[in-house]
Design a protein around this ligand. Structure first.
Ligand code: TRP
Length: 72
């Protein structure tokens, strides 16, 4: 996979938001879970290891596709 260039931004709107990275390839499983408290921000990329990201809890997510709020 080419070097990723884009980032996604996740801002937690409540305590205990989980940002979960899922593995790339035939075996899709959680490989990392990051807990964010209110107003914490995570900036992340899709990488050789990460093909999907799951966000649990109230957050604002910005990507090149736009901005969305979870939990509304
Ligand atoms: N080691 C992981 C990777 O290189 C780190 C990571 C990148 C990650 N993007 C993520 C973890 C998104 C959770 C969510 O793929």
């Amino acid at each position: 996979m080419a070097q990723p260039t884009e980032y996604i931004v996740i801002k937690a709107l409540e305590n205990g938001v989980n940002v979960i990275g899922l593995t790339r390839g035939s075996d899709t499983r959680f490989h990392h879970s990051e807990k964010l408290d209110r107003n914490e921000v995570m900036i992340a990329q899709f990488t050789e290891h990460t093909s999907a990201v799951k966000v649990r809890g109230k957050a604002v997510i910005q990507t090149s596709h736009g901005e969305m709020n979870t939990g509304e």
